[in-house]
Design a protein around this ligand. Sequence first.
Ligand code: GRF
Length: 208
Amino acid sequence: MLNIAVFVSGGGTNLQAIIDAIEDGRITNTTIKAVISDKEDAYALIRAKNHNILGKVINPKTYSGQEEYSHTLLKELEELEVQFIVLAGYLKIIPEQVVQAFNNRIINIHPSLIPAFCGDGFYGLKVHEEVLNRGVKITGATVHFVDNGTDTGPIILQKAVEVHDDDTKESLQKRVMEEAEWSILPRAIHMIANDQIEFRGFKVIKKG
Ligand code: GRF
């Protein structure tokens, strides 16, 4: 059984996709031990409560510094017996100490086809705004391992989504979430929980 914690900051539609996939069997061998948010008012915490999943607010701003924040986070994760972290719309940087402690055990969903439209400043609607400004015809979403960079870790899954000529950043965000994010994040968790991927150097491949 893979014990995961899902980190959220906002609406939690990706969290909902994970919860639904566990409940309908698309994700097996996985338990959400806690949903952790940096924001007290994140609707994602309501979604967790609706499914009797423990929700916790751990706001980095309430700690004196990275050291105390990291220590608290690691202690909480240990007490919850969390083995794997899923960042699902989480907008804070994970401290280096936590990334080291959870080496190759943290994944993130990013709303573009990395390495395009990613890195510092590229999150939420901003990503889709830049996609439209650049005039690309295909965008999508990426699930990747988290390292100490921003959106730089090994790629696990990607899914392409067509850009429509009449798209707004809002309509494009909605389609990327519906057609890509909400399917590849649950699929990645299922693959990891069932030992279906391995590393070949920096690359992540599906076991034969
Ligand atoms: C989504 O666009 C996701 O790609 C990004 O955060 C946004 C909000 O996601 N990481 P959610 O509805 O809170 O899951």
